[in-house]
Design a protein around this ligand. Structure first.
Ligand SMILES: Nc1ncnc2c1ncn2[C@@H]1O[C@H](COP(=O)(O)OP(=O)(O)OP(=O)(O)O)[C@@H](O)[C@H]1O
Length: 253
C-alpha cells in the first residue's frame, strides 16, 4: 500500500547552510512516527517540508502518493500553482510548539474559521463539528473562552481540534508539549494518544520519550540533516545501534 509519507533523499538548504542532507523515511498509513534528534538537526525543517511550507532543493517528498508542491513529468519537476499547493496542504494538519491561536477569537471561532472559509462548510455544520471536537479534547465547556483565558495545555488542545476540523489524513506535530508547564503536558499527550488509537497517521517531533516508547510504531533519530537510525522504539531505546544515537539517548534518558 502507498505509504502516507515517503521521503526520498530530501535535501534542503538555506543559502549555504545545508539543513537536510538526504533524508529518507517512510510513514505507513495509520502509523505514528516520532522524530528525535539534537537541536538543529533539521527535524522542524523536515516537518515543514512535508507539508510544503518549505520548498525542498533535492530528492522527492510524497504524501499519500502525491509529490508535494510539484508535478513530475519524466525526470523534470514543475512547481504547482499556489492554489494547487494549498489544496495539497489542506489534507495535512500541523500543530506547532506555540499554538498560534487567533487571540481575539474564542476557542470555537478558532476552530470553525478554516472549515468555513477554506473548505466552504456551512456555518451550522462547522459549529456542530467544532463542539464535537472540543468535547473530544476535553474542552466542551471552554467553547466561548478566548485563548488568554485558557492554560497553555488547553490552548494546545484547541490547536489540535482546529487542525482536526479540516479532517486531515496526516497530522504533523512539532514539539507540541515543549512550551508547556510540566503539569499540563499529560493532557495534551492523552489527546495525542487517543488520536493515535483512532488510527490517525502522525509524524511527531518530540522529546517525550515515554510517549515515543509507548505510542510510536517507529522511532526516527536524525542528526546533521540525516536519518541516522530508525526502527521499533522499544528496541531502539533499549539497544541503539549507532554511536550517535547512543550518545544522544545517553544525554536524554
Ligand atoms: N528559515 C530559515 N532560514 C535560515 N536557517 C534556518 C531556517 N529554518 C531553520 N534554519 C536553520 O536550520 C537548522 C535546523 O533547524 P531545525 O529547526 O529544522 O532543527 P531542529 O532539529 O528542529 O532543532 P530544534 O530541536 O532546536 O527545534 C538550524 O541551524 C536553523 O537555524
Amino acid at each position: 500500500m502507498t505509504p502516507m509519507v515517503a521521503a526520498q533523499s530530501v535535501g534542503k538548504s538555506f543559502g549555504a547552510l545545508h539543513v537536510l542532507n538526504g533524508v529518507s523515511l517512510e510513514v505507513a498509513r495509520g502509523e505514528v512516527a516520532c522524530l528525535i534528534g539534537p537541536s538543529g538537526s533539521g527535524k522542524s525543517t523536515f516537518l515543514r517540508c512535508v507539508n510544503h511550507l518549505e520548498r525542498i532543493n533535492s530528492g522527492r517528498l510524497y504524501v499519500d502518493g502525491e509529490l508535494m508542491g510539484y508535478r513530475e513529468r519524466g525526470d523534470k519537476l514543475y512547481e504547482l500553482s499556489p492554489k494547487q499547493a494549498a489544496r495539497q496542504r489542506r489534507d495535512i494538519g500541523m500543530v506547532f510548539q506555540h499554538f498560534n491561536l487567533f487571540p481575539h477569537r474564542t476557542a470555537l471561532e478558532n476552530i470553525v474559521e478554516a472549515p468555513i472559509l477554506v473548505a466552504g462548510k456551512p456555518r451550522a455544520e462547522a459549529v456542530e463539528q467544532a463542539r464535537d471536537l472540543l468535547d473530544q479534547v476535553g474542552l466542551a465547556d471552554r467553547a466561548d473562552h478566548y485563548p488568554s483565558q485558557l492554560s497553555g495545555g488547553q490552548q494546545q488542545r484547541v490547536a489540535i481540534a482546529r487542525a482536526l476540523a479540516m479532517e486531515p489524513k496526516l497530522m504533523l506535530f512539532d514539539e507540541p508539549t515543549s512550551a508547556l508547564d510540566p503539569e499540563l503536558v499529560g493532557d495534551v499527550l492523552a489527546v495525542m494518544r487517543r488520536l493515535a488509537a483512532d488510527g490517525m497517521t502522525m509524524l511527531v517531533v518530540t522529546h517525550e520519550m515515554g510517549f515515543a516508547r509507548e505510542v510510536a510504531d517507529q522511532l526516527v533519530f536524525m542528526d546533521d540533516g540525516r536519518v541516522v537510525e530508525r526502527g521499533n522504539p522499544r528496541e531502539m531505546l533499549a539497544n541503539p545501534q549507532h554511536e550517535r544515537t547512543q550518545a544522544f539517548l545517553a544525554k536524554l534518558l
